[in-house]
Design a protein around this ligand. Sequence first.
Ligand SMILES: C[S@@+](CC[C@H](N)C(=O)[O-])C[C@H]1O[C@@H](n2cnc3c(N)ncnc32)[C@H](O)[C@@H]1O
Length: 323
Amino acid sequence: MFGLFSTHALHLADKHGVFAHLIEGGPTSAERVAAARGIDPETLERLLLVLAAVSVVERDAEGLYRVAPALAPSLDPGNPRYIGGFVRHLVTNTTRQLHQLDDYLARGKAAVDAELPAPFETIYRDEAATEAFLEAMWQLSFGVSGELVQLAELDDVRTLVDVGGASGAFAVAALKRYPQLSVTVFDLPQVGPFLDRTREAGRFGDRLGFTPGDFFEDALPPADCLSFGYILSDWEDTTCVELLRKAYDACGSGGRVLLMERLFDEDGGPLATAAMNLSMHVETQGRHRTAAEYTALLKEAGFGDCTVHRSTWDKHLVMGRRS
Ligand SMILES: C[S@@+](CC[C@H](N)C(=O)[O-])C[C@H]1O[C@@H](n2cnc3c(N)ncnc32)[C@H](O)[C@@H]1O
């Protein structure tokens, strides 16, 4: 019932630099944080009380607040685990679309969506929205990618195409771990300038390429390995199989495909997957799946030797091979 308040409190404290201040300064009163950040102390105290009740911050007997140590990396803008941009996406974009669920219940998704723009027309409606979305994606994917590239064991792979690779979170993790590797991000043209920034910031030169394209219209560039991170969860099964068949054609004999996704347990959990499954419903045409469902999609597209590798985060790897 009260999740609404905690998510907004989380977003506002992040937006106004409260967590960064507490992480740097240690236990502090709401009044002192408010004075330092130039924000209203009473409103901040009320937000912090909610955040203390859900254990995001801890409050001592003197009323001083500190960020719960286990959560500090996720709330520290300077840390690779920081997720403030993703929380902002939930509050500003997802919330705006949640009312569609009521319409879906009354009229069905297909009828409601027929009157709306396609998913990525809304997400990339202007440059600011594009940048905010890609920042949120980076935050969701960069930290875990360090583990996913390890699980993927890419030592024998020379060329990798990251399909819908956005501003390059997975590509960067792969390039850092495997010196023999070159990665091409295949994505919509709007994403190109953001991938350019990543290439320049990491000085990857021609090891990190960008191919603009539309995976519904164009063939995928050939490579030893093709990866799909949070792509199949945007689309229906039939579309997923079409995309995987394109990957099958692109990777040649002995090639591999990597699916990196949240996974549903057999009992319908965990909460993060169930919640993001609702989010996929309103923001895209997709859904989250079990490992067995992803394996079935891979097999339908022709891949075999399918394996599932779980990370310690909430994005996992399902791998298939073209024999
Ligand atoms: C949910 S994001 C996933 C980003 C990244 N792979 C990750 O794991 O964080 C989906 C990506 O698919 C890309 N995309 C959507 N439609 C596409 C299309 N028709 N052709 C190519 N890329 C597309 C988007 O631009 C975006 O980068």
